[in-house]
Every structure is written in C-alpha cells, then in structure tokens.
Design a protein around this ligand. Structure first.
Ligand code: RB5
Length: 149
C-alpha cells in the first residue's frame, strides 16, 4: 500500500504524528509537505495528494489542515477523489465501508495527534463493503461527469 500525505500549517502536527505511525508500521508513503508550521495555502497540498491518488500512483491519501474542511473541499475538486473529513472512529470506519473514501481529511485544531493516528489506522484497515454502495458511488461519479442520475 502506498500513501500520499500532505498538510498545511494547521494540520502539520497531525501529519508528523501520522508519518511516525506509518514509519512504525512499515507503510510506504510520500510526504508532499508542508514541512513546518509556517503559514501556507492548503489547496497546494490538496492538489498534489489528490492528483497522486486519482492517477493511481498512490492507493490512498491523507490530508490535514486546521479543520480538515478546506483541504478536503480542495481535494474533492479533483476527479475521482472522495475525501472525507473525519472527527471520530465511527466515521473513519463508515467512510471506508460505505463511501469508499480514498482520502482521509482531519483537522489539527479539532482532534489530537493520537486521535489522528487512531483514525488513520481504522481508515487504512477497513474495506469498502460494495453491494448497494457501489450504485451510490457510481451516482457520485455521474454527478462529476455531468450525467443524469
Ligand atoms: C488556516 O488558518 C486554516 O484556515 C486552514 O488550516 C483550514 O482550517 C481551512 O479549512
């Protein structure tokens, strides 16, 4: 499994904790920045991670900003991306099982680094259920392609 990870200054602390977790688990990843708590614009990092996932170069992505919201909105502008903001364990599990989310988004001003690591662990280890959810994912793609539902 190959992971693309990125953050702005508001999510930097979460990204560093997640990188440590990925190192410990031996999970391959590319860190697209940022690399300090200096103020940056989250869309730059959302674009790099989202394009890496959409192209198939990476299996999943992780994005962090202050709330997880801005960076997920930006990532979701890339075709094929389903980025979900997660604030609890239930959502980390369900967004994989039901939404087949391919990017996990979290906020450094909302959750702790320990929670971010826990949600990452759940996200990376939960499979999409398929079945009726396949149809719903296809409908999301149809909206993206300007097709009728
Ligand atoms: C940066 O101050 C902050 O706006 C950003 O990290 C994020 O929370 C936006 O949604």
């Amino acid at each position: 499994m190959k992971i693309a990870i990125g953050a702005d200054h508001g999510g930097f602390c979460l990204k560093e904790a997640i990188n440590k977790y990925l190192d410990e688990k031996g999970i391959e990843y590319t860190d697209f920045g940022c690399y300090s708590e200096d103020s940056v614009d989250y869309a730059l990092y959302a674009k790099k991670v989202a394009e890496g996932v959409a192209s198939g170069e990476f299996d999943k992505g992780i994005l962090c900003c202050g709330t997880g919201i801005g960076i997920s909105i930006a990532a979701n502008k890339v075709k094929g991306i389903r980025a979900a903001v997660v604030t609890n364990e239930f959502c980390a599990e369900m967004t994989r099982r039901h939404n087949d989310a391919n990017i996990l988004a979290m906020g450094g001003r909302v959750i702790t680094p320990e929670q971010a690591v826990k949600f990452t662990d759940i996200f990376l280890n939960t499979e999409f259920e398929g079945g009726r959810h396949e149809r719903r994912i296809a409908q999301i793609a149809a909206i993206e392609n300007g097709e009728e539902l």
